[in-house]
Design a protein around this ligand. Structure first.
Ligand code: ATP
Length: 371
């Protein structure tokens, strides 16, 4: 059992708050991805968990044991670094066994564990070679093998694939995922690559400016972002955002977007109505809209600006009101720049966002909090 519990953890460098009151529970054997843009504090939080940089405040526990101020070696965890941190002139065998040797493990057990880890990573034939003569992908495998040989209950990985070229990265992503399913360690995996996060994690914790924004399953983070930042950081293309103004008349709630009127889904209408007469932001993903070549009652009129054929789909950049958005269409849908189109936005796919707080409204949104 190795649940990791992070309670109110902060870390400050000078006057810069790198991690701001982080709260997170990673369940036993879960694969949690810590995702966010460069500089958002992911590595700082991971290092605090590892004991490589102490938290300034808060508490970190592993399996119920308070480890906040313990040395790394006392935490029963292993780590894979972005730089791999393997010794170039030591053989692969010695590199993989290094942590075990430092921990005072006996030679027979070290030999056994090195062989097992090498087999898992398919690098048995490299054991007597030196990393200085190996490719980036091979070095990366050595770093992972060294971490796995420790058989720690907690595995921390800091951007382990970021030094690999695109194709190798794709291969290793699937391979690591399979491997970690078998190893069953509780894993925290840091990346700024949202595709890696969506494809690998059991859950994703999204960070921005030292603050954890949302922790959820990949499909939830994608479809139900908690705020505008999460919607824009996850997904390629990012979620579209349009500006509208709410108009309530009796029981009718409508939102005017340029010359178009959109009626919110009944499930959210009450929360939207609280913005009567005020601006509101709509969020919708490119693939959740349907492009039509003729008008329809519930479609908004747009002008096509750019057409990008991407093989499996065409990605259109269109102008609507004063905003631009991306719309995905079937590759056989015929369209050219300057064409007029009509785009249906299924109301259940629209996320409604308070422009001031940038939070996505929920049906239970506190309508009293609207200015
Ligand atoms: P990246 O993806 O680029 O590695 P990150 O999200 O992991 O970014 P951190 O490395 O945790 O970000 O850094 C968070 C912030 O803290 C950054 O603004 C960084 O400049 C700052 N920082 C990190 N380590 C130190 C340090 N030792 N001294 C001063 N500032 C630091």
């Amino acid at each position: 059992m190795a649940e990791i519990r992070i309670d109110n953890v902060s870390k400050v460098f000078g006057d810069h708050v790198a991690v701001n009151r982080a709260n997170l529970v990673v369940e036993d054997q879960e694969f949690l991805v810590l995702l966010g843009p460069s500089g958002c504090g992911k590595t700082t939080l991971l290092r605090a968990i590892a004991g490589l940089g102490m938290a300034d405040s808060g508490r970190i526990s592993i399996d119920g044991r308070d480890v906040t101020y313990l040395r790394p070696g006392e935490r029963n965890l292993s780590m894979v670094f972005q730089s791999y941190a393997i010794f170039p002139h030591m053989t692969v065998r010695d590199n993989i066994g290094f942590g075990l040797k430092m921990a005072g493990e006996d030679m027979k057990e070290i030999g056994k564990r090195v062989d097992e880890a090498a087999e898992l990573l398919h690098i048995e034939e490299l054991l007597e070679r030196r990393p200085s003569d190996m490719s980036g992908g091979q070095r990366q495998r050595v770093a992972v093998a060294r971490a796995l040989a420790m058989k720690a209950e907690v595995l921390l990985m800091d951007e382990p694939l970021s030094n690999l070229d695109a194709l190798l990265r794709l291969e290793m992503r699937a391979e690591l995922k399979r491997l970690l399913q078998d190893v069953k360690a509780t894993t925290i995996y840091v990346t700024h690559d949202q595709i890696e996060a969506l494809s690998m994690g059991d859950r994703i914790a999204v960070m921005k400016n030292g603050v954890i924004q949302q922790v959820d399953a990949p499909s939830t983070v994608y479809a139900e972002p908690s705020n505008r930042f999460v919607g824009s950081f996850i997904g390629n293309p990012p979620m579209n955002f349009l500006e509208g103004v709410v108009a309530v008349s009796g029981d009718d709630v409508n939102v005017n977007v340029g010359a178009n009127t959109i009626t919110p889904d009944p499930s959210i209408a009450r929360a939207v109505a609280a913005f009567d007469g005020k601006p509101i932001t709509l969020g919708i993903r490119a693939e959740n809209m349907h492009a039509l070549d003729g008008p329809a009652a519930d479609a908004v009129e747009v002008t096509v600006s750019v057409v990008e054929p991407l093989g499996s789909q065409n990605l259109l950049t269109v102008d609507v009101g004063g905003d631009r958005m991306k719309v995905a269409t079937h590759p056989t849908f015929e369209v050219a720049p300057d064409d007029k189109l009509w785009v249906q936005m299924p109301t259940e796919q629209i996320r409604w966002i308070d422009p001031d707080t940038e939070l996505v409204l929920s049906p239970a949104h506190d309508v009293e909090s609207v200015r």
